[in-house]
Write a protein that binds this ligand. Structure first.
Ligand SMILES: Nc1ncnc2c1ncn2[C@@H]1O[C@H](COP(=O)(O)OP(=O)(O)O)[C@@H](O)[C@H]1O
Ligand SMILES: [Mg+2]
Length: 278
């Protein structure tokens, strides 16, 4: 069952820029789906449609089988179902303390104070940020801010979490902590949608992926299916995962017996190399 489905959505910004061109994007419940695309491709614009922050110029969007309507009541209910973590935590965190920030959403929908406190506690625990409740968010590191922003969304207990370039600007450890957390949330049943231009990361986590370029979806499928189409990948100003590129070089330049489909992750490559040289 598709928990999110866009049908032919196009979007023009008020200045006339066409940022989306007839986008069909589907997410099955319970999956991790990646939206891969270079800068300016339309990733953030698409994501802002998922909870009604932007309204398509044409086309429509279905959440859980129901078309998004843009009246206040509907938007409130959609925003409880879908949480968006913006690329820049400074666009998300604005309360004087971490605790108030994470509590903002639950307070806003009028939950009782005990319930709010419980949710804040659980959300901060989930992202391993207990003990910073009293700190101002702007004193935190990039990775910590990202975790607090995620906690703020978790406290709303959404079914779907949408993250716009969740690892950009983080160091490798911070990035893998965030991805580990998303993986765990997904195992517990949350549907996760991630935008990124990090081609190495996508095959590690995503069961399904889309490539967006100049506002258009130009390819979709499993990472294995998508990365087979090297030409389209390169035309979109992207590249193969490094590990696949290495295997391509070993095959083409060194005539070693590796052939397509090239492995996309270290785990897959290790298996293939061991089989070949056993
Ligand atoms: N507020 C805006 N007004 C006009 N054009 C915009 C605005 N925001 C983004 N754009 C343009 O829309 C296109 C898609 O941008 P965006 O969705 O931010 O891409 P991405 O997130 O993939 O980097 C780009 O050409 C960008 O310049
Ligand atoms: Mg963006």
């Amino acid at each position: 069952m598709n928990i999110i489905e866009t049908k032919n959505i196009s979007y023009h910004y008020p200045d006339g820029t066409q940022a989306l061109d007839k986008v069909n994007f589907q997410v099955e419940e319970g999956k991790i789906v990646a939206l891969l695309g270079p800068n300016g491709a339309g990733k953030s614009t698409l994501f802002l449609h998922f909870n009604g922050i932007l309204k398509p110029s044409s086309g429509c969007i279905f959440i859980d089988g129901t078309e998004i309507k843009y009246d206040k009541k509907n938007l409130i209910s959609i925003r409880q179902k879908i949480g968006i973590v913006f690329q820049n935590p400074d666009d998300q965190l604005f309360a004087p303390t971490v605790m108030e920030d994470v509590a903002f959403g639950p307070m806003n929908i009028g939950l009782p104070l005990e319930e709010v406190e419980l949710r804040v506690k659980e959300a901060l625990k989930k992202v391993s940020m207990e003990g910073v409740e009293k700190k101002p968010p702007h004193h935190l590191s990039g990775g910590e801010k990202k975790k607090v922003a995620i906690a703020g969304i978790l406290a709303m207990q959404p079914k779907i979490m949408v993250l716009d370039e969740p690892t950009s600007g983080l160091d490798p450890k911070g990035a893998s902590q965030i991805m580990g957390l998303l993986y765990e949330l997904n195992r517990e049943g949350m549907t996760i949608i991630i935008s990124t231009h990090d081609v190495d990361m996508v095959p590690l986590y995503a069961s399904n992926m889309y490539i967006i370029s100049k506002g258009k979806i130009i390819k979709e499928g499993s990472p294995q299916e998508v990365f087979k189409d090297v030409k389209t990948i390169r035309e979109a100003n992207l590249r193969l995962p490094r590990i696949a590129h290495l295997m391509e070089i070993l095959e083409k330049k060194d005539e070693l017996p590796f052939s397509k489909p090239y492995p996309l992750t270290i785990g897959e490559a290790r298996k293939k190399i061991k089989e070949e040289f056993k």
